[in-house]
Design a protein. Structure first.
Ligand code: SF4
Length: 385
């Protein structure tokens, strides 16, 4: 009989008993909310490093190679901060491909060991780790054998991912239309807190409906002319508000509706669900289809998604696209070189913004304002014709 393939999930160096494990993972958007619900339901302890900020950036920059991409620097800083606060088990997300993401784990492990930290690193290869491997990884760190706890933890964790994305989509729609500035943000923050607090499957069942009902109560100006902009680009910078300098909020307050092309719940569903049960075209598949005139195959990172999203936007009447990438990100540099041609051919305004530790807020906002001005004038012109 063929021997089942052994799955190498960990690079276990120090044997840490399950009861002594304190788990940490990098910051990205609000993944801390669903992940801590999952881990605490499996009976383990965790530490969440502080939100990304200037201090984290400084720490990451100080301990990384100069040319490495910004997401790595912040991830490393998250780990250092978590280890300093007592974490001993680090969860790391890894993916194959032609970019540096495949080396992140080894580089981070080496650096942290050289800095003298003792820890166990559990690696989730997101393009291999379907449900079975994900369960094994969680079993490895928690040693939980209670199926009910897995059921509850995963159900609540998933429901929280979806609830957060629902609240974000409603925020994107409502913020540029609200009559009283700040109402949408307040509603969003209130629901984020509630989603974070609840640990009841029953409450999570109806939470999306309640979030929608609450957003519908906000006074909006339905007649307001609101241009729509897609945000696309590299995964981490799209999801991390510190790195992208809260671009969604800035655009919303400029009267623009944003549609972020990477939502965590969509992505997670695609990555974890067996393809038989996924039942719809994934973001990657849609991108490959729409990008085909400009790019024949994926080259790593989110390059093909960037191109596919821009073509999709042009074909669906979206007013403009803002492309975000970290400085020195190889896949996005390739995309950036295709975008001028695409913009001309598809008659689509595209603004490419490169982010790094030197990005100053004033210049960044000025570029966004100029772009918004351009798409608003283009929209007005089209309406006059
Ligand atoms: S996609 Fe870009 S930023 Fe992300 S790991 Fe790859 S090279 Fe770095």
């Amino acid at each position: 009989m063929k021997k089942p393939k052994q799955i190498d999930l960990t690079q276990l160096e120090d044997k840490i008993a399950a009861k002594d494990r304190i788990i940490a993972w990098p910051r990205m958007g609000r993944i801390d909310i669903p992940l801590k619900a999952l881990i605490s339901n499996l009976g383990s302890k965790y530490i969440i490093p502080p939100q990304n900020n200037n201090e984290a950036l400084e720490l990451g920059v100080k301990n990384s190679m100069e040319g490495i991409c910004l997401p790595y620097k912040l991830n490393l800083a998250n780990y250092i901060m978590a280890l300093e606060s007592g974490a001993n088990t680090l969860m790391m997300f890894q993916a194959p491909g032609s970019c540096r993401l495949g080396n992140y784990t080894k580089m981070a492990q080496k650096t942290l060991k050289e800095m003298g930290y003792k820890f166990d690193m559990v690696i989730f290869d997101m393009y291999k780790s379907k449900m079975k491997q994900t369960l094994q990884a969680f079993w490895h760190v928690t040693r939980c054998i209670n199926p009910w706890k897995y059921y509850k933890g995963f159900s609540i964790g998933f429901a929280k991912f979806f609830a957060i994305d629902t609240a974000e989509r409603l925020l994107f729609y409502t913020r540029p239309r609200e009559i009283h500035r700040g109402d949408a943000e307040e509603c969003y923050n209130k629901w984020l807190e509630k989603v974070d607090e609840t640990n009841s499957l029953w409450e999570m069942r109806n939470i999306k409906k309640k979030i929608k009902e609450d957003f519908e109560k906000i006074g909006v100006n339905k007649g307001r002319e609101v241009p729509k902009v897609y945000l696309t680009g590299e995964f981490f910078v799209l999801l991390d508000p510190y790195t992208n300098q809260n671009i969604e909020k800035e655009l919303g307050e400029m009267g623009v509706e944003v549609e972020r092309q990477i939502m965590f719940s969509d992505w997670l569903e695609h990555v974890l669900k067996p393809s038989l049960f996924y039942g719809k075209e994934s973001h990657r598949e849609r991108s490959v289809r729409y990008a085909s005139d400009y790019m024949k195959r994926a080259i790593g990172g989110e390059c093909i998604e960037t191109i596919g999203d821009c073509v999709y936007a042009a074909k669906h009447g979206i007013d403009g696209v803002i492309h975000l990438s970290p400085f020195s990100c190889m896949p996005e540099i390739v995309a950036q070189n295709i975008l001028p041609k695409l913009s001309k051919a598809e008659n689509l305004p595209i603004l490419s913004l490169v982010l790094d530790e030197q990005t100053g807020k004033a210049g960044y906002i000025t570029r966004i304002e100029a772009f918004v001005d351009l798409i608003k004038r283009k929209k007005m012109k089209q309406q006059k014709v």
